[in-house]
Ligand binder design. Structure first.
Ligand SMILES: Nc1ncnc2c1ncn2[C@@H]1O[C@H](COP(=O)(O)OP(=O)(O)O)[C@@H](O)[C@H]1O
Ligand SMILES: [Mg+2]
Length: 635
């Protein structure tokens, strides 16, 4: 396939991003030999300004995403592109007409001066064409890049805006496909597909007019004999290639999904000895993608040559009929010659239009997928009239809260709990009882189905997410670390914190050993997802992160579960520092931690069954008492 400008122009080669978009693959980057040159060019470019992004969870364009709506702010630029295209096409198509004039008015009547004028006019026409083409390619290239930039940022911001349920429900590989092959399909369209569509359509119209003007009889023969055959062929190709192309895109989505799952789960794959199995599985997935591509190219291999054959047969027929017309004097040699040249030029746009139609189709398919994605409202949305949460004391109240991830399956039932400002409350209970769910409701990762969660008497649903989250800290059981330095990971919530503060936070949780061990100290790199740290160290780092952020309310969800018993005392000391003066909800699986809390809440099967301090609950003789008895017996 080629989306190039008119055939014969020196710019008909597809760009790297186009060819990879057609393969459904993300743009793989620049070949190294080009990279050096690109560096040189970039060095001459003015510095890029820091982008200004207004990111508000509430304020975004909710109208359905369509190509027309997306392009309409750029109407002016597209109009300029079309004008350039018109100049380019008309100048290019003047060529055969000038040849006809040269033959009929100069060569046959032996007029040397006319010949010179025609030759100069020919060069001038091609010069105009080349200049217009250069301007058009630069212009549409920039426009395309600007559109892609806008779209990528829009989709990424929308992903940031989604609440957690979205990331639970969607496969990360599928989300990646939206950002790679779907956006690339649109890139091919924006960069020159749309403008080329205009070029080819215009070429077709211009040539038809010229053909009719040159000789209506021959034009009629062409239109009646050649065009129907070509149209039938094209109709078949359009349907077949649409089917195969859809197939290719489905398969590449599978390849990406499998790849991303394998990357994320590599440790488990290695541990469970599944590398060979997964390699075989991936070979199958990639094989299906290969097969889909092969059958797509089979379709092209039939269409291209068949189309050319029809064109050549048409030319032969016209040579015969037109030649006879020249012999009996009703047509000049120049006219016949020009006719045959235009006929060749007539077929090229038809082929190109079919291919562009495919690009347009896959672009539209991508638009439909992006439209679905961009139409998703986060389940946890900021109210339009949300107010700023003022600085809080930290009184947390869950009032008769009912909640289920799936509304049909309640996870929490009529749960009421008050945590006083500065109080530390431990939440214990069996696995799956709903402890983490309580944490997710307090931090408003989800909204309750019934009842309300409030801080200082203010319902969480009425305040802005930013003002809420900036006063809350969460440390999850499996902290996520970024592929950056220890400093950047600790200062994640407060990037402005100085080295002294970061070091103090690390020291407070007992992470100074780790920093001392590294030559780079705070600059030591944490590998992806913290894979270079022990799980205990990861948890300490997450605690340091929470400590540095100094939130009024802290929620720890089994955040110390991976710390070994040796460091238990160290952890208890660290917790004392981290929790000092804050309201804290500590989901604890370690009784030693729970015991030290001001109060302990026992949650069983989504209900609060016991609440009180250690002594009270032991005296109560319920679930906590038996947990405690088991623990005492064990130690
Ligand atoms: N994202 C989710 N989607 C659907 N069900 C969930 C989700 N997260 C947890 N659950 C279910 O909700 C129940 C409570 O989970 P959770 O609060 O994590 O329990 P735990 O007390 O062990 O922390 C469990 O049955 C769990 O399977
Ligand atoms: Mg849990």
């Amino acid at each position: 396939m080629s989306f190039g400008p008119p055939v014969g122009s020196p710019f008909s080669g597809p760009s790297a991003s186009q060819s990879s978009a057609r393969a459904g693959l993300p743009f793989a980057g620049m070949p190294s030999e080009l990279a050096a040159r690109a560096e040189e060019i970039l060095a001459e470019e003015p510095e890029h300004r820091r982008p200004e992004i207004t990111f508000s969870p509430a304020d975004y364009d909710r109208r359905p995403f369509t190509l027309r709506r997306f392009l309409s702010p750029h109407r002016g630029a597209l109009a300029v592109a079309v004008v350039l295209v018109v100049i380019e096409t008309v100048a290019f198509q003047a060529g055969p007409l000038l040849i006809q004039i040269g033959l009929d008015r100069a060569i046959v009547p032996r007029q040397a001066e006319v010949l010179a004028i025609v030759a100069i006019a020919y060069v001038a026409a091609i010069a105009v064409n080349a200049l217009a083409a250069r301007a058009r390619i630069l212009f549409t290239g920039r426009l395309g890049e600007r559109l892609m930039y806008e779209l990528r940022i829009r989709v990424f911001s929308h992903l940031q805006r989604q609440s957690l349920d979205f990331y639970t429900d969607q496969k990360s590989g599928v989300i990646l496909t939206r950002m790679t092959s779907d956006i690339d399909a649109l890139a091919a369209l924006f960069q020159d597909g749309l403008v080329n569509l205009a070029v080819q359509l215009l070429t077709l119209v211009v040539i038809t007019i010229i053909l009719v003007a040159l000789n209506p009889v021959l034009a009629a023969i062409t239109l009646l004999a050649v065009v129907p055959a070509m149209a039938a062929l094209t109709w078949w190709f359009r349907g077949a290639s649409e089917r195969t192309y859809r197939h290719v895109r489905e398969k590449i989505a599978n390849v990406l999904a499998d790849l991303s799952e394998n990357l994320a789960g590599m440790r488990i794959i290695v541990a469970n000895n599944r590398r060979r199995h997964n390699a075989i599985h991936h070979a199958n997935v990639v094989g299906e993608h290969r097969d889909a591509n092969v059958s797509a190219s089979t379709v092209g291999a039939i269409y291209g040559p068949a189309n050319e054959a029809v064109g050549v047969i048409g030319q032969a027929v016209l040579l015969l009929i037109g030649g006879r017309m020249v012999l009996d004097g009703s047509l000049t040699v120049g006219e016949l010659f020009a006719f045959l040249l235009y006929l060749t030029a007539f077929f090229a746009p038809i082929q190109q239009l079919v291919q562009l139609y495919n690009a347009y189709q896959s672009g539209q398919a991508a638009v439909a997928k992006l439209r679905d994605l961009l139409a998703l409202d986060p389940a946890v949305a900021e109210a339009p009239d949300a107010s700023e949460l003022p600085p809080i004391d930290g009184r947390i109240e869950l009032a008769s809260v009912g909640f289920g991830y799936d509304p049909a399956v309640p996870v929490l039932r009529d749960l009421s709990l008050v945590v006083e400002p500065g109080e530390t409350i431990a939440v214990v209970g069996p696995t799956g009882a709903g402890k983490s769910t309580v944490a997710k409701l307090v931090t408003r990762f989800y909204d309750p189905d019934n009842g309300a969660v409030s801080i200082d008497g203010i319902d969480l649903r009425t305040v802005t997410l930013h003002s809420l989250r900036s006063q809350l800290g969460v440390v999850p059981q499996e902290p996520f670390l970024f592929n950056r330095s220890i400093r950047d990971n600790v200062a994640f919530a407060r990037p402005d914190a100085g080295d002294e503060e970061v070091l103090a936070a690390c020291r407070a949780v007992g992470l100074d050993d780790l920093i001392d061990r590294h030559d780079d100290g705070l600059d030591a790199l944490v590998h992806e997802r913290g894979s270079s740290l022990s799980s205990g160290e990861r948890q300490l780092l997450a605690l340091a992160r929470a400590f540095l952020a100094r939130p009024r309310v802290l929620v720890l969800d089994e955040a110390t579960s991976n710390l070994d018993l040796v460091s238990e005392s160290k952890i208890e000391a660290a917790l004392d520092v981290v929790l000092e003066g804050r309201t804290a909800i500590i989901i604890a699986h370690r009784l030693a931690t729970a015991m030290r809390a001001d109060r302990i809440a026992v949650i069983e099967d989504g209900r609060l069954t016991e609440i009180g301090n250690h002594a009270e609950l032991v005296a109560l003789g319920g679930h906590y008492a038996s947990m405690h008895a088991a623990w005492v017996a064990h130690t």
